[in-house]
Design a protein around this ligand. Sequence first.
Ligand SMILES: O=C(O)CCC(=O)C(=O)O
Ligand SMILES: [Fe+2]
Length: 781
Amino acid sequence: MDQVQRWHDQMIYFVPAKQGSYPHPGAGPVHPMHSVPGSYVWWPQQPFAELPGVPPAVPTVPAVPAAPAVPPAAPEHGEHGEHGEHGTKEMGGCLQGASCSTLATPRSTEAPDGSDIVERRLSASAARRLRRKRAAERSRGAAGGVGAANANGANAMSIDELRAELRRDPNSGIQCLKGQVWRLSRDANGCRVVQEALELGSRDVTDLANELQGHVLEAVMCPYANYVVQKVVSHLSVAASSFVATELQGNAVRAAKHRFACRIFCRLLEFCGRGPTSQLVDELLARDDGEHENLCSHSFAHHVIQSILEHGEERHKKLIAKMLLSDLWRYATHKNSSYLIEKALCYCSTEDQNLMIAKLGHPQAMLDLAMAQYGSFVARALLSDSRVNSAAALQHIADHKADVESTKHGHRFLSDVGLEQPNPFQAQAQPVSYQSYQLQVPFPQPEVPCGYCPAPNAPFPSAFGAQYAQYARHIPPGIEEPAQREMSSTWQDRIDDDWPSTSEGDEFPVRGKRKRRKRKRKRNKPRPLRKKPLPPAEATLEEQPLFFGGVFGPLSIVSCPQWLCVLQDVHRRSFVSIRKQAFTADTLAQWRKTLMREVRWHKPERPPKEGKSQEPLDVLLPRSAAWLTLQGCRCEYEYAGLRFPPVAMPEWFLEITDQVTRACGLEDRPNSCNLNLYQNGADNVSWHCDDEPLFDATGRDALIVSLSLGATRSFQLRPKDDPFEETLLYLEDGDLCTMEGLCQKHYRHRVPPEEDVTEPRINLTWRWIVQHDPGCSLSNQ
Ligand SMILES: O=C(O)CCC(=O)C(=O)O
Ligand SMILES: [Fe+2]
């Protein structure tokens, strides 16, 4: 395909970097073929493919790629077969009802445009097509200039003009929006402009939000306005958004059970859990007509219950535990509520957790659960709970293997828990000696235990020795590491201990000066590896405890016993911990599938030179990547001369993040994630340290949590001062690995190319942005 055409199709735009600045929306469209050397930035047209449950996020992009005319529609049927994602699909941005007014009067047979969909007895799909067509027509009309004069008497402006004005001059854009918020919020395109304005978070924006007062109930049930209300809750102060919860009073059950409104309930719990939200939860859980019992298994309300378990007050969690315990078996085997049991086993009081474990954790109950489609997920979770006698349960299940195999899902369960095939990890153990020493400091245990092993009480030294040797090799000086010999020689000569930090650009240099210097060096003989003087000792953990993510690290010491220490360098205050098999094979497969499908992976290429569009493009990064941040954070990630604008983490990704956070025993959720896709062994990441100012990982302690999915790849670490002190890990599917303390200050790491690897690998590295970009609304927090 013509390269230029390919560029357009992928909507990859490289723009010359404005000196250290976030390209302001007002900067206007940039010619995609601009090829001035410097930093490059790419813009995904739509960061995630159509994903149900993902709000039609305001594009973080200036006017360049056009937003789709309507928010993405949900698939016709949710994929309920897979655990972990069930329900999310159902919350999708389905264009149910042609407008909010349809939803406000759900029993009416008349569509708001006067047509009578039900009376004409259209098939469900024909009615849906009709609704979509009308919605598209309406939004075309809106974009084309249905603007009305605003409260300030501004001339009628189309939605496109309003958006352009907002990006050109946010203050003036906000003024233009005044008086129109409710009208625009109900429009597919208009709601995006309002969301964009709300993201600015300024005081004027509160006035815009106030225009929704009196309309909240209608708005939360509207397929478009619900996104605006979510933005109000997530971006405005608790005081400024409190009217949302107040106006929902009296309609708690209705809202929780509504396809769209349930999302607002979840946001309220996440962002403003006290005051009116707490009263709303009281109302939701206080009913005594039996109605509330359906909440846990309801397709939408179970999301709200889950949010209460995660973010709610103890007394509310207690009520939910009581509900679940009233019919535990039914809930544990139900499509929606089985997921809640897993959450309850983490977030409810110890007393309630123990009651659940007493009922579900004995061998016969585990066997029954293993044979049930959704119950088997609860059984998996229980098997990794240290309070359950998993050996006895597994033995009982093994004794009844034929029964389990005869069920539809039992076969997969057996292979997941290792009763079908030998555990592949056992075969890979490699004996190696490793000198370590024991820390004398008693570390506080995390208050919120890891969700998978809630009793992190193994003594620290157990993490060392033989177990360690299974997964990591510490390469003593002077010994040639066999894995290196197998690897292609092309990377061998790239070993250069003198690289400046943030030095991924070596293979794919973008900045002219460095490119010439490096190329020259590469053609000549490689620099010999050199040992430098040992840097001064960093503060010991006794002197300054390592605290990150809400717990005192390193994770191999304070988290559950499944965490192993693979590098403990107290002198350089650098620690690496690893945890294998924290997630079931099913979960990992689901995550791989979703990540491959939904993430807008990008492999930056150099723009073609004028008149040479047919030539193959230079690849700027030897892998594909993406950069996600928590809602509200607008920090770009810049490395190797490439700039990745932030894409907000969608719900399904937050779910992965939360599961990983729990598996680490952390209390705080990381606020960003760098995603890498290595299509095969040729894709790699060269020696670097993650020392970008955002993370300040060289100035203070930092934590990077990585999850590997798919093909096994080598992961190497070397102290910057001593290239011979190498640690090599084989990161396999599902492995969690951390870099802690001052690892980025003193160590470099890489994933080398490996010729024999043919399968793809995804790696997610979660991080904490501690210094937000000046352009980010969180920069002054
Ligand atoms: O893929 C990996 O394991 C490492 C990725 C990495 O180092 C990074 O994203 O900075
Ligand atoms: Fe890295």
